[in-house]
Write a new protein. Structure first.
Length: 214
């Protein structure tokens, strides 16, 4: 199957548009803190294989997006995106929390943090969260202000949700997984990956494609 790839702008953000020959509607793929649209290309391809036209933007403060990561910038960015009417959304880490803001019926949440609490040494956190790759006022300030401003992580019965996380994930993600299980959400732990490389694991990509095809 052939796909068309276009570099464009969406909601004033640099983005990729990946289109299959025939599509079931628009889908959105959002990267996490310290990442960018290029690192989510495997996830985007899995969504396209499931039959969706996929938009993959850079979040403010990330990649080629020129704005800093702040809650006001994120809020405006999300409001602009909502006008496109997505049928599905896939997000990783911070992007997973943002994906929950959309009214689309299908969600894939990859390692979403429950709250803005990140334990560990400074070196360990920099390796996991990769704050050096983010344009913000100070390490984690944009991340923390955004997570604190977002609604609590809840799971609506009206949405079909798949929650995927690493067995070696950070503590706040594991707490989110426990909450998802309590709410009856389909939760899939993956072995042999960490918080960041879960987005490129073949097991993850196959789960995304199958879930969106059903």
């Amino acid at each position: 199957m052939e796909y068309r790839l276009l570099l464009m702008k969406i909601a004033s953000a640099p983005a990729y548009l990946l289109s299959p020959p025939a599509d079931k509607g628009n889908a959105l793929v959002l990267h996490g803190y310290g990442s960018n649209k290029e690192e989510m290309f495997g996830c985007a391809l899995a969504v396209a294989r499931a039959g969706f036209k996929v938009y993959v933007p850079d979040l403010p403060g990330h990649g080629a997006h020129k704005e800093r990561l702040t809650w006001p910038a994120i809020r405006e960015f999300i409001q602009r995106l909502k006008g496109l009417g997505f049928e599905a959304a896939v997000g990783h880490s911070l992007g997973a929390r943002l994906a929950c803001l959309f009214s689309c019926p299908r969600l894939v949440l990859l390692s979403p943090p429950l709250e803005a609490e990140f334990a560990g040494t400074k070196k360990a956190l920099l390796n996991t969260l990769r704050a050096r790759r983010v344009r913000e006022e100070g390490y984690y300030k944009g991340l923390t202000s955004t997570l604190n401003a977002l609604p609590a992580l809840e799971f609506s019965p009206e949405k079909k949700v798949l929650f995927v996380y690493s067995k070696n994930d950070i503590a706040t993600v594991k707490r989110a997984a426990d909450k998802a299980k309590e709410r009856g959400v389909k939760v899939e732990p993956i072995s042999g990956v960490g918080h960041n490389d879960i987005i490129s694991a073949q097991t993850t990509l196959k789960k995304i494609e199958r879930w969106l095809k059903d």
